[in-house]
Design a protein around this ligand. Structure first.
Ligand code: GDP
Ligand code: MG
Length: 719
């Protein structure tokens, strides 16, 4: 037997009815897809469940079809056999087709769905035959329990002729309904929901007014209620504590078809016209299970009933809430992951690292709220504590993943902040006219970099308690400290290079002059010149540090104005002085060269030997004593050699560099080149051997002058 009726030839799912529970008491697993196809999950709690009870073949299915436009199977007039087996379900459509359609639209928002006419789901329950058959009694009890656990309105369908037949099938059925309601009460932590029982009296002839029929039924019901043995919590309860009763009479369908259809049309208004005093629904009847959770709710309920377990509806509702909230969270998670993947793509620089994304915060906020919106739209209708806790779980999961993305973004922001700093520094040092002091450039570059980082990181954070950047900020500060130190060092290096250039060029231009006519105090002068040169070059590019009173503090090294520490300033001055001494050494080596010295010795010698005191050239005559002046001039000329050879002050102090060059070389290995200058060896400009060699060479040249002088007297003589 098909579980869907009519078979799938009908295109509209809402026309189909579903066999929810079949005759072998199996719950139909297709219920889930049936609900999906109905596409009514957005209506949340805005729906109703109605079920019908009654003896077999009393026109129940006919009634439902007439009231709700459903298409439940109806007994064929000729065969007269029972058609409805188990429990069938269908979606009402007759009430207000247009409104119903609009609330079925797949993208109808939850709010519009909840303001539109509620969907009515109708349960057609297999009828009882009134016989005391074990099998039937079991199903009757179970279906009654099921209907009570799910339905807001129970329609009890009976012939007028059955009214007052206390022993009839209907009364047996109602007794069962009351009994199972009491068991629900006994097991539940709270009082079960009230429900409405709507008695529909069929084939009402009219001779007995409905009020009289009603009074008879109510009297019977009260009798039944009294006869029940009640569990202690229900001991003093009345029928009215659990059920609202309502009555309606219908004329004979076959004999009075027009009246019948007019009457059913009027009754159907009871289900749709909320303003009517006969409106059957009441919020307190609702089981509180959002419609998307109804399949799982009904399945669990049936499972419990089938296993003869005690039914505790509130517990079931919590279980369903948990189950559904998890399912909905999983659904939201799928959307989240898609959004996350897109965001990951957007933040990927393609170079193996994250990149800075404008509006990163807005981007992740929309992923986050989009995910929560999906969850909230369905889950918010479930039990509040379950909903809140599942929402917190979901948000936590979402935030954990987003936090990773945020961290990656912070990394990109960090890189960019460092670049902002470095660019500002290098741009300022490129400018030839430095209008802004370097120290201010650094300060501004640093605050620009930090401002950028903090404001971007704050924008990128959608929850200041979850997305935090304190660690990253201190990392950045540490890196900026390093970059600043490096920048200062480089700036000092540049200033130092300029100072040294000045020193070297002064040495190149002016040092040689001191060695034109070396004297006793030549090295005193050289030393003074050298120190002044350094002093001048350094002071033109630095400032002397001042104490707190604004007075120059002579005990400290000059300041390079880049915000370096006194130690660093000291260090740089040491370096400049060391390199100045090395430059001095180099320049001295160029000046104090053998050829230069020989030339100077010869010039000296010739001045003495070939000129008189007035600078007039001497002309030797025959018989002149040449040898004595020659020896004297030679000796006199050689007196300048020790001045060249030893850098010693007039007072006899050898000149030693006032910086530790050994230390300098140790610190600047890369600058040491092929040979090094030693402090102790500095004053020895020419070794004894070299002096002897020079003396020898000079003497030879002097001798030649002597011989020539001698020859000239001889020539005069011989003439
Ligand atoms: P169900 O078993 O209670 O669902 O009854 P059905 O709806 O299948 O109807 C059983 C039989 O009763 C069918 O042959 C119907 O034509 C007939 N029937 C339906 N409505 C009425 C009615 O108002 N009065 C009478 N006498 N028969 C009806
Ligand atoms: Mg039927």
């Amino acid at each position: 037997m098909s579980t869907l009726n009519p078979p799938s030839s009908s295109s509209d799912t809402e026309d189909l009815s579903l066999q929810l529970i079949d005759e072998s008491k199996t719950y139909n697993p297709q219920t889930f897809s049936y609900f999906k196809d109905l596409n009514i999950e957005k209506c949340g709690l805005n729906y109703h469940i109605v079920s019908v009870f009654g003896s077999q073949s009393t026109g129940k299915s006919t009634l439902l079809n007439a009231l709700f436009g459903t298409r439940f199977d109806v007994m064929n007039e000729i065969q007269r056999r029972q058609t409805t087996k188990g429990i069938w379900m269908a979606l009402a459509k007759s009430a207000s087709p247009q409104l119903l359609k609009s609330s079925l639209a797949s993208d109808a928002s939850a709010s519009s769905a909840s303001t539109s006419t509620p969907n009515i789901l109708v349960l057609d329950v297999e009828g009882t035959d009134g016989r005391e058959r074990g099998e039937d009694q079991d199903f009757e009890r179970k279906s009654a329990l099921f209907a009570l656990a799910t339905s807001e309105v129970l329609i009890v369908n009976m012939w007028e002729s059955q009214v007052g037949l206390y022993q009839g099938a209907n009364m047996g059925l109602l007794k069962t309904v009351f009994e199972v309601n009491l068991t629900l009460f006994q097991n539940a932590s709270t009082k079960p929901n009230r429900s409405r029982i709507l008695f529909v009296i069929r084939d009402h002839i009219g001779t007995t007014p409905l009020a009289n029929l009603q009074a008879t039924v109510v009297a019977d019901l009260k009798r039944i209620w009294e006869s029940l043995s009640k569990p202690p919590p229900a001991a003093n309860t009345n029928l009215e504590d659990f059920f609202d009763l309502q009555f309606y009479a219908l004329p004979h369908k076959i004999l009075m078809p027009e009246q019948f259809s007019a009457s059913t049309a009027q009754l159907s208004q009871y289900f749709t016209d909320a303003s009517s005093s006969s409106y059957v629904f009441n919020p307190e009847y609702h089981r509180g299970v959002p419609i998307d959770g109804w399949p799982i709710y009904s399945e669990k309920i049936w499972e419990q009933i089938e296993d003869n377990k005690d039914l505790d509806l509130p517990t079931q509702q919590i279980l369903v809430a948990r189950f559904r909230c998890e399912e909905i969270a999983a659904q939201a998670w799928v959307t989240f992951e898609t959004g996350l993947a897109e965001a990951q793509k957007a933040t990927n620089s393609g170079l193996g690292g994250p990149k800075v994304v404008e509006g990163f915060g807005r981007m992740i906020e929309s992923i986050r709220s989009g995910t929560l919106d999906i969850f909230d739209s369905l889950a918010s209708r479930y039990e509040k504590s379950v909903y809140r806790s599942k929402r917190a779980d979901l948000l936590n999961k979402v935030d954990t993943r987003l936090a990773n993305l945020y961290k990656a973004q912070l990394l990109a922001l960090h890189k960019k902040a460092v670049a902002i700093f470095n660019n500002a520094v290098s741009a300022s040092t490129k400018e030839e006219s430095k209008s802004i002091p370097f120290i201010d450039v650094l300060r501004k570059a640093r605050s620009d970099a930090l401002d950028f980082f903090v404001s971007s990181a704050t924008e990128a954070s959608v929850d200041p308690h979850v997305f935090i950047h304190t660690d990253e900020l201190s990392n950045l500060e540490a890196e900026l400290d390093d970059a600043e130190t490096k920048a200062k060092r480089q700036e000092i290096k540049k200033i130092s290079a300029k100072i040294l250039k000045k020193i070297k060029s002064t040495l190149f231009n002016d040092l040689e002059g001191y060695f034109q006519s070396p004297e006793e105090d030549t090295w005193d002068k050289v030393l003074t010149f050298f120190n002044n040169t350094i002093q001048f070059a350094v002071s033109s590019a630095t400032k002397l540090p001042t104490d707190k009173n604004g007075l120059v503090d002579g005990s400290k090294a000059p300041d390079f104005g880049v915000g370096a520490s006194p130690e660093e300033n000291e260090q740089s001055i040491f370096r400049i002085r060391s390199e100045a001494w090395i430059a001095l050494d180099t320049r001295l080596k160029e000046i104090i060269k053998e050829d230069n010295i020989l030339l100077r010795l010869r010039e000296n010698f010739e001045d003495l030997f070939r000129y008189d005191d007035n600078g007039v050239p001497l002309v030797w005559k025959a018989g002149d004593d040449i040898e004595a002046p020659y020896l004297k001039a030679r000796e006199q000329a050689l007196k300048i050699l020790p001045v060249y050879s030893n850098a010693v002050t007039k007072s006899g102090q050898p000149i030693i560099p006032d910086v530790d060059l050994e230390k300098y070389y140790a610190e600047h290995l890369e600058d040491s080149g092929d040979f090094v200058v030693e402090n102790s060896a500095f004053s020895t400009r020419l070794s004894v051997n070299r002096q002897q060699e020079i003396t020898k060479k000079f003497k030879k040249q002097a001798d030649a002058a002597y011989v020539e002088a001698k020859r000239s007297t001889t020539q005069v003589f011989s003439r």
